[in-house]
Design a protein around this ligand. Structure first.
Ligand SMILES: CCCCC/C=C\C/C=C\C/C=C\CCCCC(=O)SCCNC(=O)CCNC(=O)[C@H](O)C(C)(C)COP(=O)(O)OP(=O)(O)OC[C@H]1O[C@@H](n2cnc3c(N)ncnc32)[C@H](O)[C@@H]1OP(=O)(O)O
Ligand SMILES: Cc1cc2nc3c(=O)[nH]c(=O)nc-3n(C[C@H](O)[C@H](O)[C@H](O)COP(=O)(O)OP(=O)(O)OC[C@H]3O[C@@H](n4cnc5c(N)ncnc54)[C@H](O)[C@@H]3O)c2cc1C
Length: 633
């Protein structure tokens, strides 16, 4: 083991295993995750990662082992495929969940065990604006079929991931009856026997190469009436339409995956922090004091300033992901029982946190890559591949700006309710104080109050102020004679800013609540330090907001920076131990820089030598192209 990394692991001030257990949701979950990793994948003689049979092998193994819990599927898949995506991602995270949540019992028993599918909602002309989708599904009572049709070029289904060229069960979103409503259809086309279908691949993408994203054009293709997913809405044999309790129930799968993406952003950021911090512990470069040995780059304050706030953010997002999934499971359980009262709040929370966490993690991956210098740009680091695979999460499952505006819609509605004298509960209950003006900033002392509860309060006041400013912008636009829609559009910068601040407050609050639950003194102490670092770092990035909210004075601003530097120094001794607690296996991380043993250089040389370009002393292209050319010169 590299001596630097060995030294970093001595004198631990907290129990790493206990922190790993907290991240997994308990010791039993850690044991189960490791069992899946070590026994069911790594020590499985059939484990054949990277071969053409990998995918079918994985599917058969998941069934053989009876792994159906979404989180356990993800544990298995992420061990099997490492940090990359695989072609069936969409089947597991969108196609199956849609069947689970939108099929009636007969359809469920008929389809779920049997098929692999994709989710074809987006069209060439519309991905965000679902009410603008153009694919039609017209019911023919004479034949008891729906006629599916792509009326325009912009209605061609575009992007469905994992498009299987031979058999095409897919979840369709189409407009069967009216522009405001659409429903889900399962269409089992066995190509090429089924006429009226034009299918293909949309061509090379920025990345996501393991997933074949396709296109699908339908020309009056008929499917049985029974293929409409009929849990919430039905078309009866006589053609009558039974509306769902809410037209937004059709959007349920997107809310589910957005909820998953929150925790996934934490996982991806934790992978990158593991790579960058372990590498920064073994990389020596330049000098701090003339004549002395080159220091570990992790001892540079700027390197700590790049990486430690991201480390704190990774923990924050992992805890936010746990909260999000728990909230999703609770509210979707209520929805299943017909109680839709919290559906708007679930939508607003999942939409906002999906955007907030993916935007932050997306930027953070690049900071981690650049903090590793040239070797960060090598594919051996795994960081370029992680970035390329993660960055579309800012676009898919709800483009981030649009998602933030959905959260803003909920915040504005809540603000208006408070103005009308209603008492709010849940995540927006802090807005009650705005109405009663108890949001007045507390007496701000000359010293920055570092109590975590106080910091959460300051973030709450910042969010409330920005919500009020956005609402006032809309009111001012209306007062200038603008219609409601234009008043909204002319305030969308403020609205996104308010949603971002609301999400930031929510994430810090979840972090603080999680720290409060930690009983082990050593783990509590190090997690409390990270939560403080997360809060102070955000205060440094958004100082203007806190000044504008009156919860920070100009005189206190220097102490924010001073406090930040102190927290960076406090984290430094535990940095490698804190990434060890993420418990990312070398095989899954697939990074020369992030190896657990820290033996980076030897591994990098081996990695380079294994490059296809180094298979022969002289590359065949010399003999094929250069030598004949030389002979002519
Ligand atoms: C098992 C572990 C796995 C871990 C893996 C984790 C991550 C892996 C990541 C990815 C997986 C792999 C690949 C990803 C592939 C990506 C697949 C896709 O991208 S599928 C397509 C996704 N598309 C979208 O998300 C479309 C986005 N657009 C919309 O959702 C809607 O158009 C809209 C923007 C929300 C607007 O809808 P609409 O116009 O109908 O509504 P509005 O008029 O704006 O508002 C009316 C009203 O409705 C409320 N509302 C809107 N949506 C919802 C909802 N979902 N739920 C509840 N309520 C909703 C809205 O709040 C308004 O309410 P009110 O203000 O009270 O009127
Ligand atoms: C890798 C990848 C995989 C995908 N897989 C699938 C899949 O399997 N199935 C599927 O159905 N789809 C899939 N998609 C499509 C994806 O869901 C859409 O691209 C996404 O919903 C964004 O919609 P759009 O492309 O129409 O972008 P647009 O909405 O056209 O966004 C373009 C710009 O317009 C802005 N904008 C749009 N509306 C508003 C508004 N109301 N207010 C302010 N600004 C606005 C956006 O902020 C953005 O800046 C995938 C996409 C990617 C990148």
């Amino acid at each position: 083991m590299n001596p630097d990394i060995l030294r970093e692991r001595q004198n631990a001030t907290f129990d790493i295993e206990k922190l790993t257990n907290i991240l997994d949701g308990g010791a039993e979950r850690t044991n189960r995750r490791r069992e899946i990793r070590e026994v069911l994948v790594l020590n499985d003689p059939d484990f054949d990662y990277g071969t053409p049979t990998s995918l079918p092998t994985m599917i058969l193994k998941l069934r053989e082992y009876g792994i159906s819990d979404p989180v356990e599927i993800n544990w298995y898949k992420s061990m099997y495929w490492g940090t990359g995506r695989e072609a069936l991602g969409l089947h597991y995270v969108m196609f199956l969940p849609t069947l689970y949540t939108q099929c009636d019992s007969e359809q469920f028993n008929k389809w779920v065990p049997l098929i692999i599918g994709t989710y074809a909602q987006t069209e060439m002309g519309h991905g965000t604006h679902l009410r603008g989708l153009e694919t039609t599904a017209t019911f023919d009572p004479a034949t008891q079929e729906f006629v599916m049709h792509s009326p325009t070029v912009t209605s061609i289904k575009w992007w469905p991931g994992g498009r299987n060229p031979l058999f095409l069960p897919l979840i369709f979103l189409s407009i069967p009856l009216s522009a405001s409503l659409f429903d889900l259809f399962l269409s089992g086309f066995a190509l090429p026997t089924c006429s009226g279908i034009v299918i293909g691949d949309i061509g090379p993408k920025f990345g996501f190469d393991a997933v074949d994203n396709g296109y699908l054009k339908l020309e009056h293709v008929r499917i049985p009436r029974e293929n409409m997913l009929m849990k919430y809405a039905q078309v009866k044999p006589d053609g009558s339409y039974v509306k769902p309790l809410s037209s937004k129930l059709t959007y349920g799968t997107m809310v589910f995956i957005r909820s998953l993406i929150v925790g996934n952003a934490g996982i991806v950021l934790s992978q990158c922090c593991t790579i960058a911090i372990r590498y920064s512990a073994v990389r020596h470069q330049s000098e701090i004091r003339a004549g002395e040995a080159e220091p570990q780059i992790l001892d540079y304050q700027t390197q700590q300033h790049k990486l430690f706030p991201l480390l704190a953010t990774a923990y924050a997002f992992l805890f936010a992901g746990q909260y999000m999934i728990d909230t999703y499971n609770r509210i979707s359980g209520d929805i299943n029982q017909g109680d839709l009262s919290e559906m708007p709040e679930l939508h607003a929370l999942s939409a906002g946190l999906k955007a907030f966490t993916t935007w932050t993690a997306n930027t953070g991956i690049e900071v981690c890559r650049m903090s590793c210098g040239g070797h960060g740009y090598s594919r051996s680091s795994a960081l370029p591949d992680i970035y390329v695979e993660f960055t579309p999460s800012c676009t898919y499952e709800g483009e981030n700006t649009v998602m933030m505006l959905q959260t803003a819609r909920f915040l504005m509605k809540s603000y208006r309710q408070v103005q009308a004298g209603q008492q709010l509960s849940g995540a927006v209950s802090y807005l009650n104080k705005v109405h009663h003006r108890v949001m007045a900033p507390q007496a701000v002392s000359s010293q920055l109050d570092l109590n975590l509860n106080t910091l959460v309060d300051l973030y709450e006041i910042r969010a409330a102020m920005l919500v009020e400013l956005a609402a006032q912008s809309i009111q001012q636009e209306s007062a200038r004679g603008k219609c409601q829609e234009d008043s909204w559009n002319n305030s969308t910068i403020d609205l996104v800013r308010a949603s971002d601040a609301h999400c930031h407050y929510m994430v810090l609050k979840m972090f603080r609540d999680k720290v409060d639950q930690i009983e082990d003194p050593g783990v509590h102490s190090v997690m409390s330090t990270l939560a403080h670092l997360y809060a102070i770092h955000g205060m440094g990035n958004f100082t203007g907001d806190f000044l504008q909210a009156g919860v920070l004075t100009g005189a206190q601003v220097p102490s924010v920076s001073k406090c930040l530097k102190g927290l960076l120094a406090e984290v430094r001794p535990s940095a490698v131990l804190l990434v060890d607690a993420f418990d990312h296996h070398d095989k899954m991380l697939n990074s020369v820089l992030g190896r657990h043993d820290g033996n980076v250089y030897e591994a990098m040389f081996e990695w380079a030598r294994s490059s296809p370009l180094n298979r022969t002393e002289v590359h065949e292209s010399f003999h094929k192209h250069l030598k004949p050319l030389q002979a002519k010169l």
